[in-house]
Design a protein around this ligand. Sequence first.
Ligand SMILES: Nc1ncnc2c1ncn2[C@@H]1O[C@H](COP(=O)(O)OP(=O)(O)OP(=O)(O)O)[C@@H](O)[C@H]1O
Ligand SMILES: [Mg+2]
Length: 431
Amino acid sequence: MNLSPRQIVEELDKYIIGQPKAKRAVAIALRNRYRRSRLPKEVREEITPKNIIMKGPTGVGKTEIARRLARLVKAPFIKIEATKYTEVGYVGRDVESMIRDLVETAVRMVKDEKTHEVEAKVKPSVDAKLVDAICDSRRAKDIAVDKTIVTEELAAGKLEDEQIEVNVAETQKPMLAIGGPEINLGSMFDGMMPPRKRKRKLSVARAREVLMAEESDRVIDKDNVFAEAIRRTEEEGIIFIDEIDKIIGKAGGSNNQDVSREGVQRDILPIVEGSTVATKYGNVKTDFILFIASGAFHVANIEDMIPELQGRFPIRVELDNLTKDDFKKILAETKNSIIFQYASILKVDNIDLKFADDALDEIADMAEKENETSENIGARRLHTIIELLLEDISFNATGEHPLMEIVIDRNYVRNAFKETNEKYDLKKFIL
Ligand SMILES: Nc1ncnc2c1ncn2[C@@H]1O[C@H](COP(=O)(O)OP(=O)(O)OP(=O)(O)O)[C@@H](O)[C@H]1O
Ligand SMILES: [Mg+2]
């Protein structure tokens, strides 16, 4: 991942309006991973990531920044809800599962890359197997076959839908979870026993996928994949902990809930501080994993967190409340903006939906007012307003009419809500 901080911010800007401080902070943290990776080993070991806490009201883009970041970076990334660990299972809170999930992500990434690399190498043998399977299947139905013609037609992509019988390895090996790391019985026996084969009826296209996966699996060195996945997890992994404020009790709080929340913080602490977690692919050191936490902090403050954990999140960024102007941009200017999404959906049913600029003003204005007068739910308000605004069109569009252009202007918006205001209690609806 060699994007400069500026480029990362530019990418995020395509999807997220405003919040420059949060964008800069995550961009710098990401780039620092790369910078660190270029240093000599002795120096590298000394530099731990500067974890980030994003604090801000509901619906202003915290989770959205994480989601976009995840697609941007080609690093193992997972997002977890901190509240998940407040549920205690019989073996205690399994906070280490976040590391195991992260490794799984890394394994999948590396496997995909390797599969891609060996694709050309295994294609001929897969094609040969497909040709044989096609010929056999045809013969079984007493159809005369000419192998040369089958080979040609297969290469030309003419046989993709033909149903054939192929021998494929059994998938899904039994898994046994005993408290700690899951032990994959299947993989323990891998290499000891040849995989069981089973005949399956598949289309040629599907059979090719299965056989390609099987063949690549055979030629890819699994140990290398796992080792590389662990390296990436340790050096490049990012864990986004959402709703962190929900595991923070009130300062000095002593009821059961506060105590259990503090317990979760204590459980998470060693992982954030750096420890070793056993996974089925090997041990993972968590010292250099980057953690980005986020929360609304309506009730609890960052300062109510246990001090040791606070100390592990030295970078704090506050997200801003969104303004009317931001709302207007979120509606129309982002890639995959809200109105773009609705327009695309309705296009399927032959509606060509357009929004006049004054309609956007009106909606943004409504969103801001509603957020002030009732609960402040940030940009989520826009979704509820648009949903209600387009309810009539969404309900009546059938696709059986010719393409119909509908332009939503200020009057349309006002009328739509005048009626709703009279028909229903708007407050009840808009939440
Ligand atoms: N700054 C923004 N730019 C573009 N879209 C935004 C922005 N903020 C919020 N949105 C939109 O609002 C929705 C909710 O935002 P998001 O999930 O990021 O909220 P959040 O800040 O994580 O809130 P919460 O504290 O409730 O989890 C997103 O799906 C996105 O469409
Ligand atoms: Mg969120």
